[in-house]
Design a protein around this ligand. Structure first.
Ligand code: FES
Length: 280
């Protein structure tokens, strides 16, 4: 996160410098806002998700409580920890609160979690604003999280991001006007072997129906058709879009899936490990 902050600061600094020199030279410059949109960062590292500002839907006068079914779930979670370590349950309990609350943690939800775990509210706010899986602002029904780590980046994640931003008309951290999709970025989600990939969190069905689905081996047209299917209420194929698991059947190259002949990645028998002649 620090490196991303430094990267962003560096880009802003260089933008400020270029603005200065450009204005001297009377040339058009790119506004800082558009530069921000071009920077990649995890969704929650932007102030819109971390800085609390009272809104009609998120202020201290709004109440939140767990439903009866979810209250049972959070009680079961807390029972896994020693009674004097209830605070250790904070992440899974916040997760339940977020799922019940349509994908984000309001002030009321965080305060309810603090009360439930006998914690000072500030300690709950610290956790909720630190971890990128918690959203502090209302989001869309589906949270589209593009993997932005090196293996996915090398396999074309940038093209996936461009296809999504163009198709939905939003940038990372924004929600479509119809409230269906919010776009975000995550770091490695452990599916690098099938890079590039996107995870989509479905907050439409509460805690019982919550789904967090991986879509892998994506080409730009794959992700566009996945988003269209979701928007129409359909269920896109999860996992790899082109092979059954992670067998060496091909790879995404540019904007296409290129199949590979055969079932081996080796072009010949593997060489034996080197062993020196002990008698020499
Ligand atoms: S780098 Fe994208 S899943 Fe690991």
């Amino acid at each position: 996160m620090l490196s991303r902050t430094l990267l962003l600061a560096g880009r802003l600094a260089s933008a400020a410098t270029s603005q200065q020199s450009v204005s001297t030279a009377s040339r058009a410059v790119e506004p800082l806002n558009s530069l921000l949109h071009k920077c990649s960062f995890a969704t929650n590292s932007t102030d819109i998700f971390n800085v609390h500002k009272d809104t009609p839907e998120n202020n201290a006068s709004i109440t939140f409580d767990f439903t009866e079914a979810n209250y049972k779930i959070v009680k079961d979670i807390v029972a896994r920890y020693p009674p004097n370590y209830k605070a250790s349950a904070i992440i899974p309990v916040l997760d339940v609160a977020q799922q019940q609350n349509g994908g984000w943690l309001s002030l009321a939800a965080m305060n309810r979690v603090a009360k439930f775990l006998d914690m000072a509210p500030i300690r709950v706010y610290e956790v909720a604003t630190f971890y990128t899986m918690f959203n502090r602002t209302k989001i869309g029904k589906y949270h589209v999280l593009i993997c932005g780590t090196t293996p996915c980046r090398l396999q074309g994640a940038q093209g996936i991001e461009e296809a999504v931003t163009k198709h939905l008309g939003i940038h990372i951290g924004q929600t479509t006007p119809d409230g269906i999709f919010t776009l975000g970025e995550m770091e490695c989600m452990g599916a690098c072997v099938n890079a590039p990939m996107v995870a989509i969190a479905d907050y439409t069905k509460g805690v019982e129906g919550f789904e967090y689905t991986y879509y892998e081996d994506l080409t730009p047209s794959d992700i566009v058709s996945i988003l269209d299917t979701i928007k129409k209420g359909g269920k896109p194929k999860p996992g790899s879009q082109h092979r059954s698991k992670a067998e060496p059947a091909g790879a995404v190259v540019g904007d296409k899936w290129v199949p590979k002949e055969g079932t081996m990645t080796l072009s010949g028998p593997p060489r034996q490990p080197y062993c020196r002649d002990l008698n020499a």
